[in-house]
Design a protein around this ligand. Structure first.
Ligand code: FAD
Ligand code: NAD
Length: 468
């Protein structure tokens, strides 16, 4: 029986990063993954494939709608080859997952393919595809088994017409009318992909705004922008049934007034969140406790109630984000090595990769109001930037919330071109507890979208924005 300092169950961004950091710190490390490719949800059916399709569909939309304005003429009809688009996406996924295998080899991490489960707190059984079991010993184990799509109790997912994000990433045809339940990150990103490719898209959302956990100004601006792209929204709608008849799917919902509204399309994407995945782990054998919603309970060191077993990523509390899982993977490895790492959960940025992109870090205006913090706001519109006008990406703004007394930046919320990358400046500033004035006095290259961050900071420090 092989024996390890640490075994990690699950090879998503939490698990594989934990494995690399453990190996860097001199631990003999094993990683167990039930699928034949490494990288978990993020690399196989999440972050990477969704961004590949967002990029391809963005190119198509540009070619159809914007090239002409730029003086680029394409003779003949511009067509989508969906099969090729999906196969390019798969190529990107394959290349990326192979990259993780390379990193495992480079760091001398033993990779086991099979379902990992606890025999007891220091022994793991790996059930392989051929039905055989292998037993390994592990002084420490990190559970990084991630999450799976949630659904609603009355929905029967047939994975053909009533689908989750996994199937939406590999459709064989462009839907005529895609009905999306849930106006969160998945619904809006994948909705935008198919809208650009020519589908009619209707988003049915339970709350009174899309991306409801983000700053309300972002919800409003993104909805305005997506409405311009002709995406339809039904907010404050409580879905009560989803029925497939042949190639048709009918979604029934009650609107705010309690009236029944019906939506009929050919596909329905259910994107109402994800839930922690612990099936098959046999947690009882190790005595690992769960908390509410089936997540694994952990302390500040991400240690479970069993001291040599840790848990990270989507399977524990907190934002279900790849970079959050990665930070936690690093933290646990360093805790096990006797170091004193720290994660500032307030500064994990959130990004929606629609176009315009939406990105945020820190407190929202709603949260500041609720906690009674006195704050000031500096906001700057993208359309006032030379860079935005040059590329014709004029939707959006940067909004900075700063403490009214101290000027410390408390939250940054932005929507516009390349905001996914711009948010890093805000994270850096806030990690160093910068004031809005600090940001406003730093030189920002011209012409860039980043100038909107400087201008919003100027606006927050006494209405000093220069270009409005
Ligand atoms: P996962 O990535 O879910 O990995 C868990 C792994 O554990 C899986 O490979 C699973 O097969 C394996 N496993 C489970 N049980 C066992 C077992 N018993 N034995 C062996 N192996 C097991 N996040 C972002 O930050 N940015 C994005 O742009 C983004 N886009 C997304 C798009 C979509 C469509 C989806 C669905 C998610 C997206 N996410 C994104 C979320 C991101 O994918 C997750 O937050 C992230 O993958 C969580 O990482 P993890 O390591 O906790 O778990
Ligand atoms: P989400 O939590 O972002 O959005 C779910 C939406 O569904 C919410 O707006 C919610 O109000 C709505 N909803 C819930 N029940 C409903 C009902 N009965 N009827 C109508 N609407 C309902 O979840 P998601 O979009 O499924 O994404 C899952 C996870 O994956 C998220 O936690 C997200 O962090 C992660 N993810 C991240 C990215 C990214 O970082 N860009 C991209 C995709 C997914």
């Amino acid at each position: 029986m092989s024996s390890y300092d640490v075994a990690i169950i699950g090879s998503g961004p939490g698990g594989y990063v934990a494995a690399i950091r453990c190996a860097q710190l001199g631990m003999k490390t094993a990683i167990i993954e039930k699928y034949s490719t490494l990288g978990g949800t993020c690399l196989n059916v999440g972050c990477i494939p969704s961004k590949a399709l967002l990029d391809s569909s963005h190119h198509y939309e540009d070619a159809v709608k914007h090239f002409e304005e730029h003086g680029i003429e394409i003779p003949g009809e511009i067509k989508v080859n969906l099969e090729k688009m999906i196969s390019r996406k798969q190529g990107v996924v394959d290349m990326t997952t192979k990259g993780i295998q390379f990193l495992m080899d480079k760091n001398k991490i033993d990779v086991f393919e099979g379902v990992g489960s606890f025999k007891d707190a220091t022994h793991l059984t790996i059930k392989k595809k051929d039905g055989k079991n292998e037993l390994i010993e592990a002084k420490n184990t990190i559970i990084a088994t991630g999450s799976k799509p949630s659904s609603l109790p009355f929905i029967s997912l047939d994975k053909e017409r009533i689908i989750t994000s996994t199937e939406a990433l590999q459709l064989k045809e462009i839907p005529k009318h895609l009905i999306i339940i849930g106006g969160g990150v998945i619904g809006l990103e994948l909705g935008q992909v198919y809208k650009r490719l020519g589908a009619e898209v209707t988003v049915v959302e339970y709350m009174d705004r899309i991306i409801p956990t983000m700053d309300a100004a972002l919800s409003k601006e993104l909805m305005k922008s997506m409405k311009k792209q002709k995406t339809k929204f039904a907010l404050s709608h409580k879905v009560k049934s989803v029925v497939r008849t042949g190639n048709e799917v009918t979604v029934l919902a009650d609107n705010k007034k309690g009236e029944e509204v019906s939506f009929t399309g050919d596909y329905c994407l259910v994107a109402v969140g994800r839930s922690a995945y612990t099936e098959g782990l046999n947690l009882e054998a190790a005595g690992v406790a769960l908390e509410e919603r089936g997540r694994i309970a952990v302390n500040a060191h991400l240690q479970t109630n069993v001291p040599n077993i840790y848990a990270i990523g989507d399977v524990i509390k907190g934002a279900m984000l790849a970079h959050k899982a990665e930070e936690e993977g690093t933290l646990v490895a360093e805790v096990m090595a006797g170091q004193k790492p720290h994660i500032n959960y307030n500064l994990i940025p959130g990004v929606v990769y629609t176009w315009p992109e939406v990105a945020a870090v820190g407190k929202t205006e709603e949260e500041l109001k609720q906690s009674g913090v006195a704050y000031k706001v500096g906001q700057f519109p993208m359309r006032a930037l030379g860079r935005a006008r040059a590329s014709m990406d004029i939707d959006g703004f940067v909004k900075i919330l700063a403490d009214k007394e101290t000027d410390e930046v408390l939250g940054v919320h932005m929507i516009g071109a390349r905001c996914a990358d711009l948010i890093t400046e805000a994270v850096t500033a806030m990690e160093f507890r910068a004031s809005a004035e600090d940001i406003s006095r730093m030189s920002h290259a011209h012409p860039t979208y980043a100038e909107a961050v400087k201008e919003a900071a100027l606006a927050a420090t006494g209405d000093r924005a220069l270009h409005v």
